[in-house]
Design a protein around this ligand. Structure first.
Ligand SMILES: [Zn+2]
Length: 327
């Protein structure tokens, strides 16, 4: 059992506002002079990049054994990253507020739920960690699950509750939920935000029923996209604290009670829902048809994501499914 049983649950998708003039409002704890040990294999990590398009620069360290990367420029107050400024586009990097276009996000949420239901059909208990306003929680409820959400942001949780959603605010801690409580737990673009991944996975393993499903979407740093772009890769952001790969994330989960891995390259649903969402959202926001070039680029990225073999992948998008083993 971990000695420190708390961990932050943080919002999911976001967009960077990564100009050189940006400054981080919260104080930071730049640890270039400190040693960092890998949470996956305990090896001493080494400095890799100092990314100076942010201020302060992001100090990225890398594990020489498993390749996990860590952002050592960690804000001392993580919740300060997820104030209402984060949701209104006013902070240094921001969340794409899905509330105005939930009907279009719902197209891909329903497509993802269909994939989940292939092995874990509703009714069942469902937890979305880093739920933000709870749009995906609402989609899962309508799909037939008993769904709840957890998020660090009191702003997002209060807004979501106002819409009647069952959302809990706070950190990931072992006693937040009961042992063997959930059939499905999702973390969509959340894993990279967590400062203490080991405690997070131990919490999730405790809350899932044996055989329960864990879904993690994050970037794959073994993908050619991340390797080719190096420190210019857009996934490097102040709130992203760890950067995984398909290989080390599977190892990490395997070391902590998970089995039966299924790796989706790109996303865990087809191209059509993605295009439908894009078309609807574009029309709602811009009042015109989405340009053919945009549709073609999205389609091309989706197809390129499927070009993968073992550890090789052309893009750096992935969704990993794993089941909790019998402990
Ligand atoms: Zn490592």
């Amino acid at each position: 059992m971990p000695s420190d049983t708390t961990q932050t649950a943080t919002p999911k998708s976001h967009r960077p506002k990564s100009t050189a003039s940006n400054t981080q409002k919260s104080s930071t704890q730049s640890s270039a002079d400190q040693r960092h040990n890998c949470p996956i294999c305990s090896m001493a990590m080494s400095p890799l990049y100092s990314i100076d398009r942010f201020s302060p620069a992001l100090d990225i360290w890398r594990c020489p054994s498993c390749g996990l990367q860590k952002n050592a420029t960690v804000p001392t107050d993580l919740e300060s990253l997820y104030s209402d400024d984060y949701y209104s586009g006013q902070s240094d990097y921001s969340y794409r507020d899905e509330r105005k276009s939930e009907e279009y996000h719902d197209i891909v949420w329903q497509a993802r739920l269909k994939t989940i239901a292939k092995t874990h059909r509703p009714p069942g208990s469902f937890l979305d960690i880093g739920c933000s306003f709870g749009g995906f929680v609402d989609a899962a409820s309508r799909f037939g699950y008993r769904a709840v959400g957890l998020d660090l942001s009191s702003f997002a949780v209060e807004e979501g509750r106002r819409l009647g959603r069952d959302l809990r605010q706070g950190e990931l801690s072992l006693n937040k939920f009961g042992r063997n409580q959930f059939d499905v737990i999702t973390m969509i673009e959340v894993m990279e935000h967590l400062p203490d991944p080991l405690t997070a996975i131990q919490c999730i393993c405790r809350w899932l029923k044996p055989g329960g499903l864990l879904v993690i979407q994050t970037a794959n740093f073994l993908g050619r996209q991340a390797i080719r772009e190096g420190q210019n890769y857009h996934y490097y952001l102040p709130g992203h604290l760890h950067y995984y790969s398909s290989r080390n994330l599977s190892t990490f989960l395997g070391n902590n009670g998970f089995v039966d891995f299924h790796l989706y390259r790109g996303v865990d649903f087809g191209l059509l829902p993605k295009l439908k969402k894009m078309r609807g959202q574009w029309k709602a926001e811009k009042g015109s048809k989405v340009p053919l070039g945009r549709l073609a680029a999205t389609s091309m990225y989706h197809l390129k994501s499927r070009i993968a073999w073992r550890d090789f992948a052309l893009t750096s998008s992935m969704v990993l499914y794993a089941r909790k083993g019998a402990l």
